[in-house]
Design a binder for this molecule. Structure first.
Ligand SMILES: NC(=O)c1ccc[n+]([C@@H]2O[C@H](COP(=O)([O-])OP(=O)(O)OC[C@H]3O[C@@H](n4cnc5c(N)ncnc54)[C@H](O)[C@@H]3O)[C@@H](O)[C@H]2O)c1
Length: 399
């Protein structure tokens, strides 16, 4: 027996397993599919040599690009050294090399593709909203449960550094009892005539699955339910402030979908949230989204990255007097929350957690049922606006 044999055996047995997971990526030519999911998540994970799971298993990823235009797919594949691409989704779904089906299509095209992928037994990972109606979203969640496939829905905003700092503040008990949340989201999206619009034109057409409520309320739902309490009711006022827009080809179209929504949400536990969502406002904030949280013991203002706090002991005592100019510097009463850790891209962080949950077969909270709750809030928001009343939300469950 040679020395090398005795030495080689333990080394081989301690080497972690490397498992390559094939991922069908449908809609990689789109904004989200390309930048956030392909480049910043899957390719970044692959380039780093994969990820190591908590049990020591090493996992790498291999994308299969799927789309309608072979030319576009070939271009992306060549640019990033990707071997596999196809316009044939059915063939991709039939091929057992690809374990996960990931969907970044326009919202309107999503449900039918998800239905096929579930029927093919694939694990599902998808952008929000998961469907155009709550009925369909729930149907997809039920189909997946019946087929026994794991599902994940993008909850990216929970991974923003500002919101992670907010979670840290909540967990530390900083706020005392949380009273209310005020959210401001938005920026000016150009109409597309004298300057090209910076969002796709389908966003402004109801008939194509557009509208800021369908786009943003699913985000507000998971942020509210994961940080403050599940949404019990919504009152929303939607508005099409700008009815004339110009598309990607410079052609005029009628904007049929709301470009702003003003919402009030009652949460389990008594917190009241109000969130303005607007593509028709000019920014006078530090960041494109900000949440102001007031609690009995302290308040915070958090954005995508930043967070500042004011404790009850640092709270000034303003007295309302419109006859006197107020010299107090209110900005100076706030203290910045330090970062204290390295936050990576939120889409990638969630991908890594989903892959870990998939491989280790642990429960995954942000699933198609969570996605359906997001669609429910959007649908209830639209109904509220249409009918001019507060809408109570039912509890969604499978079955
Ligand atoms: N998580 C987030 O923060 C976030 C942000 C923006 C958009 N989104 C969601 O991501 C999805 C994609 O949005 P986007 O802004 O990237 O849109 P996009 O228009 O840039 O891309 C859409 C993709 O779908 C494909 N597509 C369009 N019509 C299709 C059809 N009929 N059949 C098959 N494929 C079709 C396009 O080729 C493209 O690849 C939407 O559901 C949107 O709600 C999520």
């Amino acid at each position: 027996m040679s020395e090398t044999t005795t030495l080689a055996a333990p080394a081989a047995s301690t080497r972690p397993d490397i498992r390559e997971i094939g991922i069908i990526m449908n809609g990689v030519s789109g904004r989200m599919g390309y930048r956030q999911h392909l480049v910043r998540s899957i390719l970044a994970i692959r380039e780093q040599g994969g990820i190591e799971l908590s049990d020591g298993t090493k996992v790498t990823v291999k994308p299969l690009l799927v789309g309608r235009s072979e030319g576009k797919l070939a271009e992306i594949a060549a640019q990033h050294g990707i071997e596999d691409y196809t316009t044939d989704l059915d063939a991709a779904l039939a091929d057992p090399r690809w374990e996960i089906y990931a969907d970044f299509l326009v919202t309107k095209a999503r449900a039918s593709a998800l239905r096929k992928a579930i029927a093919a037994g694939k694990t599902i990972y998808t952008e929000k909203p998961t469907a155009e109606s709550v009925e369909e979203a729930l149907e997809l969640a039920n189909l997946a449960a019946a087929a026994g496939v794991k599902t994940g829905v993008v909850h990216d905003k929970l991974y923003l550094p500002g919101l992670l700092k907010l979670r840290r503040l909540i967990d530390s008990g900083f706020f005392g009892r949380i009273l209310s949340v005020r959210g401001e989201f938005g920026y000016w999206v150009f109409e597309g005539d004298w300057q090209p619009a910076q969002r796709p034109s389908w966003n402004y057409r109801t008939e194509d699955g557009g509208g800021i409520i369908v786009d943003m309320f699913p985000h507000w739902n998971y942020i509210l339910e994961n940080l403050f309490g599940g949404v019990k009711s919504v009152y929303a006022q939607a508005a099409v402030h700008i009815a004339d827009r110009w598309d990607e080809k410079g052609e005029h179209y009628d904007a049929t979908a709301e470009d702003a929504a003003y919402g009030v949400f009652e949460l389990d536990g008594g917190v009241i949230a109000q969130i303005n969502s607007s593509w028709t406002t000019r920014v006078d904030r530090d960041e494109l989204v900000e949440f102001h949280v007031d609690g009995t013991h302290g308040s915070a203002v958090v954005g995508l990255f930043g967070a500042k706090i004011q404790h009850r002991n640092a709270t000034p005592k303003p007295v309302w007097n419109p006859d006197l100019a107020d010299e107090h510097d209110y900005d100076a009463d706030w203290a910045a929350v330090p970062t204290n850790e390295v936050f990576q891209n939120g889409f990638r962080q969630q991908w890594e957690e989903f892959l870990e949950s998939y491989v280790l077969e642990t429960p995954y909270e942000y699933d198609l049922l969570a996605g359906a709750r997001g669609v429910l809030l959007a649908e209830a928001g639209l109904a509220s606006s249409r009918e001019g009343r507060k809408v109570e939300l039912p509890t969604l469950s499978l079955g």
